[in-house]
Design a protein around this ligand. Structure first.
Ligand code: COA
Ligand code: AMP
Length: 639
């Protein structure tokens, strides 16, 4: 029997008592004045008046309670052939040392530090070092190019940037340092210091006066016995800013606080993921994404687990058995990744032959999120792994699951295609266009009645107005998730599509609006539309339709290749734009709105209706012909 309904009801009856109780799992320097103050901030704030330190709760506290010799972090890197680990004592020492290095460089409480790093332990050390001294980190995913990094530097205005000479992608070395140099050149704000971790695969040239070598600084601090202690910060102070795709080229700076974040994540480890302190937990994501922040770094460490930092891919490093090797070697109890990773494995090893080669006896549960877990993928994973496979739905904005199947409270029956039910803290509603509640089975916007629970964003960095406009204004009294979906008669939630221009490519969140802005920069492009079309492995991939300026008579293939290159240069390889098609015209409504939705339905082979407001129906035939000629027209919609 699951305790879910009882626990959810107890939260609903008295949210403050519920979260006040959960907060007892955290060590505080000073307790809160109130669990929740509805008059503070944009919709209220959690634990105002309280003081705490996130790094202390992740590290020192465990050392003091006897976990010092337990592994805190296992670094497993098939792309460099490295495996190392840090005990809680060792990780505390490294973090305290690097925190002292940051302090010596002049980083103070409240200052921002950008971390642009591959999946190396130093990235985690840098994040926790910031938390230790009350600095606010902002991690930028390594697959973003210089321009994206520059945008974030300009918005966050960091005192320092921590980076590495290179990252390793299968078959190529990604030189990070030239991207960082270019980003600083592009940005108006200039960070005072860059700390660069030199990796032996490709060393970087350091800029005199600005760049410092990580190892030199750390070794020097160790020789001098320099360590920084944990600084008490307000529970409501920001721990980090994480930029995520919005509807324009300007990403949204999601702010995470210290107190509420710790309380919710700690609660989730036992109750949602069903793991105990001392067990091994592995999120195969990247520290550049929210999953990496919450479930590679903060939650497992808050809970006293051993976390795995994996620098590799599900396939090709070296084969489709990579995940099973890691699970078996490190005795992973619970794993969290994106469905796309499993689709990639399934494609290479449909019979699951590699699974048979490994001892997966410690493995209990697989969690999937980042995009809708398609039933086929779930069924395949269940059948081959013989463990429960749990889909759960969340966003960068929330920092933890909105909906899930709480293994720790006792699993509810799985319904394929549904991330199950709202977690305590989330009063989820399905709203129609006018904000009216919709009955079971009807699709509308999934909206959360305010207040949002602990860990969710209190606002956007330096932009309260954009926060209100993006999330709170569409349905007064609610936060809009910008996801559309429905609930069934049993209250199970189905998340079907975004209501904005965000697409999900290999579990990565991207904005087609932002891509359009970049594509439109090409000198020969008159106008364009970018849509996300179905892809067997990545879920969706972007496809750009471009109309050329009058008089351009160059080879369209050449222009298409230039557009692919441009998006890779400006946004980064993660944008994964490979399909660009020159078309004569774009389909529009009579008022000039591009009919992106209809184009997507055509490309995906879904049934579609001629929009009543279309200006010229013949254009849809032209688009269909182009897609057909390119072999990009799906015959049948995915299940
Ligand atoms: N630094 C630099 N480049 C990066 C990068 C990084 N950290 N991460 C990805 N890229 C590059 C890739 O090399 C690829 O470049 P290419 O166009 O030259 O091949 C491009 O960005 C697109 O990456 P991706 O969409 O991830 O495709 P992929 O073919 O490399 O891998 C998967 C596909 C499914 C194997 C991979 O995306 C994956 O493992 N995803 C699941 C886990 C995950 O990351 N989830 C995210 C949130 S939970
Ligand atoms: P991100 O902010 O990168 O975590 O992306 C959040 C978005 O990914 C959500 O708004 C959804 O559109 C999508 N998403 C994440 N998890 C799921 C899921 N389990 N089911 C459906 N969509 C999901």
């Amino acid at each position: 029997m699951s305790r879910y309904h009882e626990v959810y009801a107890s939260w609903k009856k008295d949210p403050e008592a519920f979260w006040g109780e959960a907060a007892r799992e955290i060590s505080w320097y000073k307790l809160w004045d109130r669990v929740f103050d509805p008059y503070m901030g944009e919709y209220g704030r959690w634990f105002p008046g309280a003081e705490c330190n996130t790094a202390y709760n992740c590290l020192d506290r465990h050392v003091q309670s006897g976990r010092g010799d337990q592994k805190a972090l296992i670094y497993d890197s098939p792309v460099t052939g490295t495996k190392t680990s840090f005990t809680y004592s060792e990780l505390t020492y490294e973090v305290a040392t690097f925190a002292a290095v940051l302090k010596d460089l002049g980083v103070e409480k409240g200052d921002r530090v950008i971390i642009y790093m591959p999946m190396v332990p130093e990235a985690v050390i840098a994040m926790l070092a910031c938390a230790r001294i009350g600095a606010i980190h902002s991690v930028v995913f390594g697959g973003f190019a210089a321009n994206e990094l520059a945008t974030r530097i300009n918005d966050a205005k960091p005192v320092a940037v921590v980076s590495a000479s290179c990252g390793i992608e299968p078959g190529r070395i990604v030189a990070y340092k030239p991207l960082l140099d270019k980003a600083i050149e592009l940005s108006e704000h200039k960070p005072q210091h860059c700390v660069i971790l030199q990796r032996p695969m490709l060393e970087a040239e350091l800029v005199a006066g600005r760049d410092r070598d990580w190892s030199t600084l750390v070794n020097d601090a160790k020789t001098r016995g320099r360590k920084a202690g944990c600084v008490a910060v307000a529970a409501t102070d920001p721990l980090y800013i994480l930029y995520t795709s919005g509807t324009t080229g300007q990403p949204k700076g999601v702010v995470r606080d210290n107190g509420g974040h710790m309380v919710a994540l700690k609660w989730s480890m036992k109750n949602h993921y069903g793991v105990e302190p001392g067990e091994v937990y592995w999120a195969a994501s990247d520290v550049g994404w929210v999953v990496g922040h919450s479930y590679i770094v903060y939650a497992p460490l808050l809970h006293g687990c051993t976390t795995v930092l994996y620098e590799g891919k599900p396939v090709g490093t070296p084969d489709a058995g990579a995940f099973w090797r890691v699970i078996s070697e490190h005795r992973v109890a619970a794993m969290f990744t994106a469905p796309t990773a499993f689709r990639a494995i399934k494609k290479e090893d449909p019979q699951g032959e590699f699974i048979k080669k490994y001892d997966l006896s410690a493995f209990r549960t697989l969690f999937l999120a980042g995009e809708r877990a398609d039933p086929e993928t779930i069924k395949w994973a269940e059948e081959k792994l013989r463990v429960p496979v749990i889909d759960h739905w969340w966003q960068t904005e929330t920092g933890w699951a909105i909906c899930g199947n709480p293994v720790g409270l006792g699993m509810l029956p799985v319904k394929y295609g549904s991330p199950t039910v709202p977690m305590p803290g989330y009063d989820l509603h399905v709203l129609g266009d006018k904000g009216q509640p919709l009955p079971p089975g009807e699709t509308g916007t999934l909206a959360i009645k305010l207040p949002l629970p602990p860990s969710c964003l209190p606002t956007l960095w330096n932009n309260n107005e954009r926060f209100r406009k993006s999330y709170l204004s569409e349905f007064p009294g609610y936060y809009t998730t910008s996801d559309a979906g429905y609930r069934d008669e049993d209250g199970y939630v189905y998340v079907m599509a975004r209501t904005d221009d965000v697409i999900n490519v290999a579990g990565h969140r991207l904005s087609t609006g932002q891509m359009e802005e970049v594509v439109a920069q090409h000198k020969d492009v008159a106008e364009c539309a970018v849509i996300g079309v179905y892809d067997e492995t990545k879920g969706q991939v972007p496809t750009a339709f471009i109309v050329l300026n009058a008089g351009v008579n160059r080879d369209p293939k050449e222009i298409e290749a230039e557009v692919v290159h441009l998006v890779r240069e400006v946004i980064g390889p993660v944008a994964a734009l490979k399909n660009v098609m020159v078309v004569k015209r774009l389909p529009k409504t009579r008022s000039g709105k591009i009919l992106r939705g209809t184009m997507r339905q055509i490309a995906d082979g879904e049934p579609w209706k001629m929009p009543a407001t279309i200006d010229d129906p013949a254009i849809l035939d032209e688009i269909t012909e182009v897609l057909k000629a390119r072999g990009a027209l799906r015959q049948k919609a995915p299940a």
